[in-house]
Design a protein around this ligand. Structure first.
Ligand code: EPZ
Length: 434
């Protein structure tokens, strides 16, 4: 399987263009199940998750593909199928976001449960609660979530859970409500920009969604939706990953094509760590300090520090001059990268949902293994500053959410090569992806 060989000692310099948001394009692609006619989704990143969801949608009668310029064209050509099979959903749990559209438009759904993964248990109880409130109760049968509902009706439902709001649970409920009879109020909705971007697409399809991006979302059901054209928002997590890389390599990188207002919490952390961050509407310039300062980090729902940047920030804080505490409030088990960073010489101690980072470590290159998308990014970033070479295995995780990551880092001065480490694909873990 592919691995990345990262040469240490890089100081990243230059400009990088951020791609479209993976976590926005995926639910928007699922939303095409609701409409009639072709949808055109512009700015889609060339990442494995997009190609996986195209296969899931094709099996559900939604035909189309992604052009080389990042435009995804999709059209419902067979509104019959309602099965999202385990073999595909296993590859990407975000496939669960076809559940709401299927129940709303086809009134039936049989979607494989995502199953657990390395970043923790991935329940869907809040998805089921939202859909049940709309008149679509679901059952769990043979590892599938199954629903069979006549016309849905509007409802008021609170979707907050023990770890705060749910992004895809809000997406599923919001999408289903667009074709329900009457008005739906979602309280405790996820406020992530990707939820607001999905609502913008739904409204272009003819839906009537108000308040998306806030904890209170109001959806007035309509009779039908049509295909629409939409450009997805920039990927704030990818942007944050490049910004952290600049900060920890004493670099000077301008990340272009971003929505700066989506990056407030990350910019605040980087500035507290001593990086110089200057922003315009669509770009952020990060100049890394000679010596990083320790910073306590706690991940929270948006607009807090994103859990998807936790691992990358931990890699940075390993270098800081002092002790930082990293607390993970969204996925308390999302620390698979800790043992890999320790292999590189990091001084880390896990204490429940937190990790004590005793900074000032001199990281040294090692063979490490990516366990999920963001842990993979963390290990590449650590390799950039480690002494010697770091070999990051199982980078298929990275390829799920980062487009040509090594090419784009090399354009900033990194020295990363990709090769096959000989591990057979059959050895690939059977665990689900995140
Ligand atoms: C989305 O996943 C993202 N994925 C994740 O990004 C991201 O980490 C996560 O939101 C949190 O921001 C996509 O958008 C495709 P949640 P999602 O439902 O929607 C608990 C990446 O790296 N929960 O917001 O599946 C859950 O266990 C990926 O790009 C319930 O308890 O996450 C977690 O603790 C990884 N019951 C918390 O809520 C439910 O029914 C937040 O999960 C659903 C979730």
């Amino acid at each position: 399987m592919d691995r990345l060989i990262v040469k240490g000692g890089a100081r990243l310099k230059g400009t990088v263009q951020v791609k479209g948001a993976k976590n926005s394009v995926l639910p928007i692609m699922a939303a095409t199940l609701l409409g009639e006619g072709q949808s055109v989704i512009q700015g889609s990143p060339d990442v494995r998750d997009v190609h996986t969801l195209l296969k899931v949608l094709d099996a559900l009668g939604v035909r189309g593909g992604r052009d080389a310029d990042g435009t995804v064209r999709l059209e419902v050509q067979d509104a019959g199928p309602t099965l999202a099979h385990y073999d595909l959903v296993r590859q990407m749990r975000a496939s669960i976001c076809v559940l709401g559209p299927l129940l709303a438009r086809r009134h039936r759904a049989r979607v494989s449960l995502p199953g657990g993964c390395v970043i923790g248990v991935r329940p869907i109880d809040l998805h089921r609660k939202g859909l049940k409130a709309l008149g679509a109760p679901t059952t769990i049968e043979d590892g599938y979530v199954v629903g069979d509902a006549p016309r849905l009706h509007g409802a008021s439902v609170f979707l907050g859970g023990p770890f705060g709001s749910t992004v895809l649970g809000t997406a599923n409920t919001m999408m289903a409500a667009t074709l329900a009879d009457g008005v739906t109020i979602i309280e405790g909705a996820a406020c992530e920009p990707e939820v607001a971007d999905l609502a913008a697409f739904l409204n272009k399809m003819g839906a009537r969604v108000e308040g998306a991006g806030s904890p209170l979302v109001r959806i007035r059901g309509v009779e039908r939706l049509r295909g629409a054209t939409h450009r997805v928002i920039p990927d704030r997590i990818e942007a944050a990953t490049f910004m952290v890389a600049a900060a920890m390599t004493r670099g000077d990188v301008t990340v272009e094509g971003v929505c700066t207002e989506h990056l407030g919490a990350v910019i605040d952390i980087l500035r507290s760590a001593g990086a110089e961050v200057t922003t315009s509407d669509s770009a952020c310039r990060v100049v890394g300090p000679e010596k990083l300062a320790p910073v306590d980090v706690t991940t929270l729902p948006y607009p807090g520090v994103p859990t998807d940047v936790q691992a990358q920030l931990m890699a940075m804080l390993c270098l800081a001059d002092g002790i930082s505490v990293v607390t993970e409030k969204i996925y308390p088990d999302r620390f698979m990268h800790v043992a890999e960073l320790q292999r590189m010489g990091a001084d880390l101690r896990k204490e429940g949902p937190a990790v004590i980072v005793n900074g000032g470590a001199k990281l040294s290159g090692a063979t490490v293994m990516a366990s999920d998308l963001r842990a993979g990014a963390c290990l590449v970033l650590a390799g950039l500053v480690a002494k010697g070479e770091t070999r990051v295995r199982r980078i298929y995780h990275l390829d799920r959410g980062y487009e040509r990551i090594e090419e784009r880092l090399n354009a900033l001065g990194a020295e990363i090569t990709r090769d096959d480490d000989g591990e057979e694909a059959r050895d690939k873990p059977k665990d689900g992806e995140e």
